[in-house]
Design a protein around this ligand. Structure first.
Ligand SMILES: Cc1cc2nc3c(=O)[nH]c(=O)nc-3n(C[C@H](O)[C@H](O)[C@H](O)COP(=O)(O)OP(=O)(O)OC[C@H]3O[C@@H](n4cnc5c(N)ncnc54)[C@H](O)[C@@H]3O)c2cc1C
Length: 432
């Protein structure tokens, strides 16, 4: 039977949560999973808590920080980042471009000469793509020894196909003085936006999602996957065969999936949407019976000998995420049409990589090897995406359908951005 609602919200990740806690209208919320929280979810495997890929909290948005302070209070655990890069058999502090001390001297020299050349050369002010941006910003040495191999491994595409404006303040850009300090000795620990980060004391990032969930009283239906959107009749249908009609529809589902389930979408938008590209992430969660193996929080691996591009040291995210006397890691491995990953060997290769990087010993007792697949994990910031997404969002908005969040807006959002985007949309609709 068709049920009528003023606002239907699809998705209970940060964007949906930001909307729900700020909406003054009664909403019906549909979530395809059995657990709410989107990518803020965590799971417990034999006493080990693992997030849906490593998640830390930091924000430059004051009202989101206030929200976190209110909702988490002293249950949030703040730490100064211990973030590292492993290359050439050496650990150097993150960011690579500000901490080359300890690398072979010819590598440090090449990085320095490249940075000097890039700093004083008169290249065009706006590089045409991500590959050019790396060379113009850091020079050829840093590009060759870290930036290009790491980003090619992560993004699994030609970096010339990517825009660079999405980077904004995400990636630290130390000047020559910082570079020289970090080449001659231990460099600055506080470069970049997440030098201090928060994480729930217990229960993983899920605890934060659950606290936000408890702040509203909207009706939430889990295991209800949206499968059809009919803008002409303002109707949606779920996988259980239920139909609901709405006045406003708030979608946080991935844009490519939304396009595929929408009736009456103009062909030119359908075609434009097909050029949007994204990456998937396979997480290999490892639990080991040995306490506090490292002080590090996460480590970047630019070299191809390692299957993973990043290790999140889940065991150090907060004091209570592992059973007593144990430790844990999450290995993140991107895959896409252009880069295949064999799920059946990923666990074994991850454990071998951890041993090779000194993050565990061959004789360690491995208690857990668990996989989490995130099919839509990163949008690829291709050149044409902003214009395509703008046109698509305008068409949906004309039909009272609001696309909000990382995958709905096809933006490189963190949790705080998605929360804030949902929050702002609710403010807009509260005025209607
Ligand atoms: C590997 C990785 C690491 C990250 N690390 C960090 C970090 O350290 N810090 C940080 O701040 N951010 C991090 N992020 C980003 C963060 O996860 C996202 O910005 C945020 O979760 C996006 O929130 P969202 O609500 O927009 O989307 P989601 O969290 O994906 O929520 C969307 C929700 O919609 C539901 N849904 C989708 N389709 C349907 C459908 N058809 N029917 C019903 N329900 C549906 C989903 O199940 C989900 O619950 C990371 C992301 C990844 C991939």
């Amino acid at each position: 039977m068709n049920q009528k609602h003023d606002i239907i919200v699809v998705g209970t990740g940060p964007a949906g949560l930001g909307f729900m806690i700020n909406s003054q209208h009664a909403c019906l919320v549909l979530e395809q999973e059995s657990v709410t929280g989107g990518l803020m979810r965590s799971k417990n495997v034999d006493g080990y808590i693992f997030d849906w890929a490593g998640h830390i909290f930091f924000t430059g948005i004051p009202r989101i920080q206030t929200l976190v302070d209110n909702v988490m209070d002293s249950d949030f655990h703040y730490q100064n980042r211990e973030s590292w890069v492993f290359s050439k058999d050496t650990y150097t502090r993150y960011p690579f471009q500000g901490n080359t001390h300890g690398l072979p001297v010819p590598v440090v020299k090449e990085c320095l000469l490249g940075l000097i050349e890039a700093t004083y050369s008169s290249t065009s002010p706006d590089p045409g793509n991500f590959h050019e941006w790396i060379h113009q910003t850091y020079g050829s040495g840093i590009a060759r020894h870290f930036m290009i191999p790491y980003n090619k491994k992560l993004w699994a595409c030609d970096l010339r196909d990517m825009d660079h404006h999405w980077l904004a303040d995400r990636v630290p850009r130390p000047g020559l003085s910082d570079f020289i300090d970090g080449a001659l000795g231990p460099g600055r620990k506080d470069l970049g936006p997440n030098a201090c980060f928060g994480y729930p004391l217990t229960g993983g990032m899920q605890t934060f999602a659950d606290r936000l969930m408890s702040m509203h009283s909207h009706r939430v239906c889990t295991e209800e996957k949206l499968v059809l959107v009919n803008p002409a009749d303002r109707l949606v249908e779920t996988s259980s065969g239920q139909t609901f009609s709405y006045n406003h529809l708030v979608l946080t589902s991935p844009l490519n999936e939304t396009l595929a389930m929408t009736q009456g979408l103009p062909d030119e938008l359908k075609e434009a949407g097909e050029s949007l590209r994204y990456l998937s992430v396979l997480c290999v969660n490892v639990g080991i019976r040995r306490p506090k193996i490292t002080e590090k929080h996460w480590i970047y691996f630019p070299e191809s000998d390692f299957l993973f591009h990043r290790i999140f040291v889940q065991g150090n995210a907060a004091p209570q995420v592992c059973p007593d006397g144990c430790f844990s890691y999450i290995a993140e491995i991107t895959y896409s049409n252009q880069k295949q990953v064999d799920f059946s060997t990923a666990g074994k290769k991850t454990v071998e990589g951890l041993v090779q990087a000194g993050l565990m010993r061959e004789d360690d007792v491995v208690e857990v090897v668990d996989l989490i697949d995130i099919p839509t994990a990163y949008i690829i910031p291709t050149h044409n995406r902003l214009d395509i997404v703008r046109r698509i969002r305008e068409w949906y908005a004309d039909n009272n359908i609001h696309l909000v969040g990382r995958f709905a807006e096809w933006e490189y959002y963190n949790m705080d951005h998605s929360l804030d985007a949902g929050w702002r949309l609710a403010e807009d609709l509260n005025r209607k």
